[in-house]
Ligand binder design. Structure first.
Ligand code: NAD
Length: 510
């Protein structure tokens, strides 16, 4: 890990990620810092502190205090801040995309897409006045009405991964805040600068002092969040190992937790699918963002005669342009860090050792002008079986494993045997096959002729088995449930002061 002791000597263009505590952007007093490195050039673009325990406590305390007034701030006032926020994000999208590409590596177009998919959630947060409604039943017993209040729960926290530094923080704090909670965000330490630009806009939009706070760091900060008595709920997005740890630790400390975690996403191709559209979709979803999307297609399962298309898939993957994310027409940028590149190359090596055929080898790719970049070209393995490390591990790089199945039933059984359940795609022109698939597959997000079926914000992101812990997903109606607690009121108002029913010692309402 690229940890710099004390304050590294930096040029003026190197930005320092600030903490946000009680409405103030402050420089951390920590002695532990990490460089933020441009994955295409190795240039240090910033540095991020690992916040001290006192700083984490100060952020939570600010959120705790702010909750007392924010929870009673009218819905309309909260919503209007989100209206302003979505406008500011839209206006600043291109600027933030530049920062995002510089620290994360993805192409500028994809960085704008990262921001846009988050912006959609902010737009949805503007509908909170109808989303946060309770229920009402009149006259459930004589003169008795029952209704529910959807009240905010208090201080909520969010812990986010490196691969979507805009979208995933925007899944979290806008919905939490607009529901009347206050928030402590812990962005990825690998690329926090674009997240901070969004946070700055949230304050400019009118998010009051203490309502949104940010702390940076790694395991120590995350563990402090998971155990802090004043934090009521935690949203986590990241790997299965860390998400499981966060879920267990925070649950033991009495918190509501949702953990959206790792993946091994299959695309099942039936022989009746439209060949051109399917191969385009596989190449885009397998290698876009250098395979570093939780919904990237990492396994293609060709059913029956569709296996004859594999050579054309290899040709299509070869045609993708690998280059720095700021270069026009780039399809595949670098992976996020040297460590990530080494890890991915190690897995590719293992695939070869374990007997898979390297139908397209993206190792050793040279990118002119970016000789130091963490590039790996599109890589395709055929002859993969389900015992191989490349099949069992989330590679999180531009590496696609190709398997074959005889029938749709075999393909469904294969996908359902994989421990992960994040996303899956089916490519077919048969409505009957699609209907059977969507019913029998045990995966959270199902795409029919859609390679990356991330739900739009009126729905919720889900996940099954090893990809998700906790019942409720981010955004959509589910997250309103997650970020609120339901209070049920049962009320009787006597309009006649002379009514006297006598003492009732049973539980029944009359
Ligand atoms: P990660 O699990 O390494 O990091 C996620 C967060 O946890 C970061 O904020 C990090 O600082 C923190 N963290 C890291 N190690 C920790 C530890 N030992 N203890 C406590 N906290 C720790 O994930 P990543 O590499 O940043 O992101 C990639 C992973 O995220 C992939 O597995 C990907 O599939 C997954 N992901 C899932 C979704 C989803 O919605 N299911 C979306 C995006 C990414």
């Amino acid at each position: 890990m690229n940890i710099a002791a004390e304050h590294p000597a930096q040029s003026a263009s190197v930005r320092t990620a600030k903490l946000l505590i009680d409405g103030e952007f402050v420089e951390s007093k920590t002695k532990e810092w990490r460089d933020i490195v441009n994955p295409a050039t190795q240039e240090v673009v910033g540095r991020v502190p690992f916040a001290t325990a006192d700083e984490v406590n100060a952020a939570v305390a600010a959120a705790h205090t702010a909750f007392q007034t924010w929870r009673t701030t009218p819905l309309g006032a909260r919503m209007r801040i989100m209206l302003k926020f979505q406008d500011l994000v839209r206006q600043n999208q291109k600027r933030i995309a530049q920062t995002l590409t510089a620290e994360q590596g993805k192409t500028l177009a994809d960085a704008e897409g990262d921001i846009f998919r988050g912006l959609e959630v902010v737009e949805h947060a503007c509908s909170i006045s109808t989303l946060q409604q309770g229920e009402f039943s009149e006259n459930v017993a004589g003169g008795v009405d029952t209704y529910t209040l959807r009240q905010p729960i208090g201080v909520c926290a969010g812990i986010t991964p490196f691969n979507f530094p805009a979208m995933i923080p925007l899944w979290m704090f806008p919905m939490a805040i607009v529901c009347g909670n206050t928030f402590v965000l812990k962005p990825s330490e690998q690329d926090p600068l674009s997240t901070m630009e969004l946070v700055e806009l949230a304050l400019e939009a009118g998010v009051p002092q203490g309502v949104l706070n940010v702390v940076h760091g790694g395991k120590d900060v995350v563990d402090a969040i998971c155990t802090h008595p004043d934090i009521k709920a935690i949203s986590f997005v990241g790997s299965t190992a860390v998400g499981t740890h966060v879920y267990n630790l925070a649950s033991q400390h009495g918190k509501r937790v949702q953990s959206m975690m790792g993946a091994k996403n299959h695309a099942v191709v039936l022989p009746d699918a439209n060949k051109e559209q399917t191969l385009n979709a596989l190449a885009g979803a397998g290698f876009g963002a250098a395979g570093q999307r939780c919904m990237a297609t990492s396994v293609a399962v060709f059913v029956g005669a569709s296996k004859d298309w594999v050579p054309e898939l290899v040709e299509r993957a070869k045609s993708l342009k690998v280059n720095g994310g700021t270069e026009p027409n780039t399809d595949v940028g670098p992976v996020v860090s040297k460590a990530a590149k080494e890890r991915i190359l190690g897995l590719v090596e293992k695939g070869v050792e374990e007997g898979a055929t390297l139908a397209l080898d993206g190792r050793g790719i040279a990118v002119k002008g970016y000789e130091q970049g963490n590039f790996i070209g599109p890589t395709i393995f055929t002859d993969v079986d389900t015992d191989m490390s490349i099949y069992k591990t989330e590679i999180f790089g531009p590496v696609l494993c190709v398997l074959e199945a005889e029938t749709l039933d075999d393909a469904i059984a294969l996908v359902n045997r994989n421990p992960m359940g994040n996303g899956v795609g089916l490519f077919t022109q048969s409505g009957a096959a699609a209907r059977k698939f969507q019913s029998e597959i045990d995966i959270g997000q199902v795409g029919i002729n859609i390679p990356i079926p991330v739900p739009v914000p009126a729905f919720s992101f889900t996940g099954s088995r090893g990809s998700k812990l906790g019942d409720l997903g981010p955004y959509g109606k589910q997250v309103v449930q997650f970020y609120t607690q339901t209070k049920t009121v049962t009320a009787r108002w006597f309009d006649d002061a002379t009514v006297n029913d006598g003492v009732n010692t049973t539980i029944a309402l009359r």
